[in-house]
Design a binder for this molecule. Sequence first.
Ligand SMILES: Nc1ncnc2c1ncn2[C@@H]1O[C@H](COP(=O)(O)OP(=O)(O)OP(=O)(O)O)[C@@H](O)[C@H]1O
Length: 271
Amino acid sequence: MTPMQSTDVATKAPESMTDPERGVLLSVRGVTVGFGSKIILKDLDLDVNSGEVLGFVGGSGTGKSVLMRTILGLTPKRAGRISVFGHDLSKANRRERLMIERRWGVLFQQGALFSSLTVKQNIQVPMREHLKLSPRLMDELASLKLELVGLPQDAADKFPSELSGGMVKRASLARALALDPDLVFLDEPTSGLDPIGAAAFDSLIDNLSSTLGLTVYMVTHDLDSLHSICDRIAVLGNKRVLAIGTLDDMMKNDDPWITSYFRGERALRRT
Ligand SMILES: Nc1ncnc2c1ncn2[C@@H]1O[C@H](COP(=O)(O)OP(=O)(O)OP(=O)(O)O)[C@@H](O)[C@H]1O
C-alpha cells in the first residue's frame, strides 16, 4: 500500500512524505492544538520541502488557519515540535527567532494591510521592524517589490481602500516579500478574486517560486491553484494530515472527502 492509500500516513511515515532531493524547510511533528476542551489538531505531522509549492486543503473549520498560525507562533500548541530552517521554534532565543522571522513572509486572509498606511508604507513595515535602512533605500526596495508583484509604481502612495481586490492581494504579497524570504505562507491568496484575477495571481506565485526558488505554503480552496501551481497537496481532516502527495496521488486516493473534493461534481466541472 502506498502512503497515499493509507489514511493514517501522517502518523507513521514521516520520511515518505518528503522529497529527499530537496531537503525539508519546515517540519511539524506530533503537534496538538486546542481551545478549552476543543481539540483542533491532534498529533499532526507535516513536512514542507525546500523549493516546493505546497497546497493545503481541508473542509471548512478543520484547522488550516489554526495550523498556519501555530507554525507562525501566533497560536500556542499543547504538544509537538515545529522546526523551520532547521531551528526548533520553541527552543529559539529572541535573536534566533528574529532571524527566522526575517526568512519567512506571510500573506494573511483578506490581505490584512494596515488601512491607515499607504501601499509603500505597508511594504516597508517588515523593513522597519527588521532592518536599519535609509528612507531612500527603503523607497527603492518598495518600488522593486511593486514591480516584482506586477503593481504599477503609482500604487505606492495609494491607501488599501483605493485598491481593487486583486491589487490588495498583490500589495500584500509585496509586503510578504519585503525581506526576500525563503518561505512564504499564503492563506487563501485567490479567495475573492474573479477567475481571471485568480489565474493571474497563481501564475505570479508560480513565477516567483521558480525564479526566486521560493518555498510556498498555501492554504487554499481553489482547485485551479491546486491543479496549476502546486507540487504537492496536503489534506487536513480528522485533526491531522490525512494525506499528502501530488495531484495524481490525490486522484487515486479513496478517502471519501478527498474523493469528493478532487473527483466530485465541482472538480469535474473544471474539465
Ligand atoms: N482563537 C480561537 N478560539 C477558539 N476557537 C478557535 C480559535 N481560532 C480558531 N478556532 C476554531 O478552530 C477551528 C478551526 O478554525 P480554522 O480557522 O483554522 O479553520 P479553517 O480550516 O481555516 O477553515 P476555513 O477553510 O473555513 O477558513 C474552528 O472550529 C474555529 O472556530
